[in-house]
Design a protein around this ligand. Structure first.
Ligand code: ASP
Length: 610
């Protein structure tokens, strides 16, 4: 037996017991004839006391950091207790010890505030994983995994594995491909998600499916993406949108309770996509704080209960606003006291290339109820005051206004809102706010190819009352300049995203389950019959053999863990992640393969010269 206890287990009640511990040497402190060693394992740290008898042996067999050590000794009460440590009241008086393995000096210190940089820690990830902060992340990940499984199991979901070597499943990214030796010249694709399989399982009658599963997408890795990542992937048959929302609100509440001991009893807000875009400038709004945008230019066709604010800026001959497609205002609480330097800084902030705006107008809504503004040459004090009020400002607030092309302006204002929320401390890391975003457009217009692309994926159904519009109209866009007037532009998807603190943590849809509608969808995306048959013949075929109505959702498991763990980075929650260039720096992968492997695959490389 190597050990009777773990290094996190012993307490004052164990005083007097003879125990065996095994673990890694964290620190060594010599005090004359005695030595203290902190011994670490997954469960914690226990202080070892090497008294005079064993201490002399340390001179001939010295210990080093990260040595693997086994000790036999007696639990004694510490004279110098450490309340920070669960085992801090005791130590083990070592009677004998064995060095189970020696260790080279680690390239960085294995403790929470390590001196190792990112790259070094990635290269020696097996050492980084010994640090308790990283271990806690993996423990949290496991807790989320267990909670999801428990919930889904109790709801009659079945975990069914689906293959990794498949044919393409379009989810909007490039496929990773795997050459087949037995079928020379042919390739498998790694699944971007198990989408078509889970739908086929519905056709097969397994009406509640889930899997915590790896997905592979060969994307350019924007910040904090991984080429392989994990989803909680789910599908249900005989359901409508409401059934899915209810089921997965239940799951997320259960996860909060199990993992964070948090009773999330608030109702989960539901916003339409239009509402999210116009109120927050974003389809994954952070609703931990309000700060809604005011859309001054556009008559509010979306929200009949909201006023038309165009009159506020019309007729003043201020070209910037008059000529802009969109003018948006945002009230920043308590910022009317900003100095010139501070308002200039905000202007520079929106002018950075990532945001790309030309300028920023502002109105200070002063405590005395009057307004001071960078545009008071054009607008009367009364107009400015009305504008401030329309933007939901209170005296003491600063109202900022951006003007320009719709999409860019909306995005810029959304970024500015998030930035100000951050600066004002309104995005509290320990506060969790969920919402659903619903009714996304089914299609997006792709200018380059002058056709539609699926906003979610091609298996997403339109809203039930818009199926007819889709079936009865020709998807071809004859007038590119007026694509917005094409009937397809207004079709809404029967899709939903779950958003947590401004991050999309889950997304899914009610699916198409009739062959004709699915064919129409493929056609709208520019696929002719032959291509449809080649790529999705199996699915279209399956729809002819009794496909039930069905729908599902997938949660980004890594991201969910990161948010629950209070971190920005999913990498911290993955045992062996890739870096931003998609490389595993520990394995040094991807790498070239042996010549004979190419021969077996009958593949010859023809790399482009840089
Ligand atoms: N397969 C989709 C995705 O990976 C989720 C879904 O529609 O269930 O985003």
């Amino acid at each position: 037996m190597f050990r009777s206890n773990t290094c996190g287990e012993l307490r004052i009640q164990d005083k007097g017991r003879n125990v065996q511990l095994a673990g890694w040497v964290q620190t060594i402190r010599k005090y004359g004839a005695i030595t203290f060693v902190d011994l670490r394992d997954r469960y914690g740290i226990t202080q070892l006391l090497f008294g005079e008898k064993v201490n002399t042996q340390l001179e001939t067999t010295p210990l080093g950091r990260e040595f693997v050590l086994q000790v036999n000794g007696e639990v004694i009460e510490r004279s110098n207790k450490n309340p920070q440590l669960a085992t801090g009241e005791i130590e083990v008086d070592v009677q004998s010890f064995t060095i189970l393995n020696r260790a080279a000096v680690p390239p960085f210190t294995i403790q929470d505030d390590t001196d190792g940089g990112d790259d070094l820690r990635m290269k020696y990830r097996f050492l980084d994983l010994r640090r308790s902060s990283v271990r806690r992340n993996l423990e949290l990940r496991y807790a989320v995994n267990r909670a999801a499984r428990t919930y889904l199991h109790e709801q009659q979901f079945m975990d069914i594995e689906t293959p990794f070597l498949i044919k393409s499943t379009p989810e909007g990214a490039r496929d990773f491909v795997v050459p087949s030796r037995m079928n020379p010249g042919q390739f498998y694709a790694l699944p971007q998600s198990p989408q078509t399989f889970k739908q086929l399982l519905m056709v097969s009658g397994y009406d509640r499916y889930y899997q915590i599963v790896k997905c592979f997408r060969d994307e350019d890795l924007r910040a904090d993406r991984q080429p392989e990542f994990t989803q909680i992937d789910c599908e249900m048959a005989f359901v409508e949108q409401e059934d899915i929302l209810t089921m997965f609100e239940g799951m997320i509440r259960f996860i909060f309770k199990e993992v964070k001991q948090l009773d999330y009893t608030d109702p989960i807000a539901r916003l339409s996509w239009e509402e999210a875009m116009w109120t927050y400038g974003n389809d994954k709004p952070d609703i931990r704080f309000a700060m809604p945008l005011l859309n001054i230019k556009k008559p509010d066709t979306v929200f009949s209960d909201r006023a038309d604010h165009r009159a506020l800026i019309e007729g003043a001959n201020f070209k910037v606003f008059d000529e802009a497609e969109t003018v948006l205002a945002l009230a920043i609480p308590g910022a009317a006291a900003y100095t010139r330097k501070q308002t200039d800084e905000l202007t520079e902030w929106v002018q950075r290339p990532q945001i790309g705006m030309k300028g920023l107008a502002h109105i200070k809504y002063l405590e005395d109820g009057t307004c001071k503004s960078s545009i008071d040459k054009f607008y009367t004090p009364e107009q400015l005051l009305q504008l401030a009020k329309a933007a939901h400002a209170q005296p003491g607030d600063l109202i900022v206004v951006l003007a320009g092309k719709e999409e860019r302006t909306r995005k810029a204002m959304s970024e500015l809102r998030l930035e100000m929320g951050e600066r004002l401390g309104l995005r509290k890391p320990d506060e969790f706010k969920l919402c659903w975003v619903l009714d996304f457009p089914l299609f997006e217009y792709d200018e380059e190819s002058n056709r539609w692309v699926a906003r979610h994926h091609p298996f997403t159904s339109p809203k039930p009352d818009q199926i007819e519009t889709m079936i009865n109209n020709n998807p071809v866009i004859t007038d590119a300049a007026n694509y917005l007037s094409h009937p397809y532009a207004g079709i809404k998807a029967n899709a939903y995203d779950m958003v947590l603190n401004g991050n999309e943590i889950g997304g899914g849809s009610i699916r198409i389950y009739q062959r004709t509608l699915q064919e129409k969808m493929f056609a709208a995306l520019g696929m002719d019959k032959e291509e449809q048959q080649h790529k999705f013949g199996f699915l279209l075929g399956a729809f002819e053999y009794g496909a039930p109505p069905h729908g599902g959702i997938a949660f980004g498991f890594d991201r969910l863990c990161a948010i629950l763990g209070g971190s920005e980075s999913i990498r911290d929650f993955i045992a062996f992640p890739k870096n931003n260039a998609g490389r595993d720096v520990m394995l040094d992968a991807p790498a070239s393969i042996d010549e004979h492997q190419f021969e077996e695959l009958q593949i010859r490389l023809n790399l482009k010269k840089e």
